[in-house]
Write a protein that binds this ligand. Structure first.
Ligand SMILES: NC(=O)c1ccc[n+]([C@@H]2O[C@H](COP(=O)([O-])OP(=O)(O)OC[C@H]3O[C@@H](n4cnc5c(N)ncnc54)[C@H](O)[C@@H]3O)[C@@H](O)[C@H]2O)c1
Length: 258
């Protein structure tokens, strides 16, 4: 058991999780925290951040948080520095999870929505990875875990900006891995399948036909739960994945293979 424990143990490691107050980000943050990592959550809503940090911190190390809008790219260096402070200036793990989406026919898709989605889901992922990459390369060790999507692989419908941004996340993951792996910084992505969160929770009501079609296609015969990402995020953050970089891991109940 010691061997297994040592492979996945994150005691003494520091981590930042964006969008860590809700949904998939919160579940992944909880997984990293339970594995021993010291955590800072970044998101927009202070109340939810405070509550999530308090609940997570009831067991194990206290959890810190920084509120900020990552789509304002010029704010990212400041948000990053604020997050690094409670971690004593060292960062081992960055989970680039914050994301938004908007459903609309491509012919009517508002350009301001396009810009907000691409800024949040792709440009902010790069800008924060760049900050983290500088710290991690100086340390000679780090793990960057981006959150991609099924739409990193296919275009879907009514979400052109989201699909374009998540396709970009997949390519960015490989591009950063190609430059940084030799410096001890592994860069990988998780591509969640269809998961029940606030982001997708209204699909059953708003688009029942697509909801049914998706559900029928999932070999696991259920939508994913946020906790389904905990094992893989701990794996990617730990020594167990030391030789893994530039890879995108779908966690989708078998959806892509169908
Ligand atoms: N739910 C799914 O089925 C699914 C599937 C594939 C990928 N994803 C991706 O997983 C990630 C998390 O999604 P979720 O379903 O948990 O959504 P969610 O809406 O529950 O959580 C998104 C989080 O991102 C934060 N956020 C959004 N914009 C931000 C900004 N500008 N600045 C700071 N924080 C911001 C929010 O505060 C929130 O905490 C997203 O990148 C999403 O695209 C979700």
């Amino acid at each position: 058991m010691d061997w297994v424990h040592n492979m996945f143990d994150l005691t003494g490691k520091t981590a930042i999780v964006t969008g860590g107050a809700t949904g998939l980000g919160r579940a992944m943050a909880e997984g990293l925290h339970k594995a021993g990592a010291q955590l800072v959550l970044i998101a927009r809503n202070e109340q939810r951040l405070e509550q999530a940090a308090k609940e997570m911190g009831r067991e194990g190390a206290p959890v810190s948080w920084v509120s900020g809008d990552l789509s304002r790219l010029e704010n990212i260096p400041d948000i990053y520095q604020k997050a690094l402070d409670p971690l004593g200036g060292r960062l081992d793990i960055l989970v680039n999870n914050a994301g938004i989406q908007h459903r609309c026919k491509a012919v009517d898709f508002p350009l301001e929505k396009w810009n907000a989605i691409v800024d949040t889901n792709l440009s902010a992922v790069f800008a924060l990875a760049q900050q983290a990459g500088r710290t991690m390369l100086a340390q000679g060790h780090g793990r960057i875990i981006n959150i991609a999507s099924m739409t990193s692989y296919f275009g879907s419908e009514l979400i052109p900006a989201y699909a374009a941004s998540k396709g970009g996340v997949m390519q960015l993951t490989k591009a950063l891995a190609n430059e940084w792996t030799q410096g001890g910084v592994n860069v990988n992505a998780i591509a969640p399948g269809y998961m029940v969160t606030e982001l997708t929770g209204d699909m059953e009501q708003k688009n029942p036909a697509q909801y049914q079609e998706v559900t029928r296609r999932i070999p696991a015969r259920r939508w994913g739960r946020p906790e389904d990402l905990q094992g893989v995020v701990v794996f990617l953050a730990s020594e167990a994945s030391a030789y893994l970089s530039g890879t995108i891991i779908p966690v989708d109940g078998g959806y892509l293979g169908k």
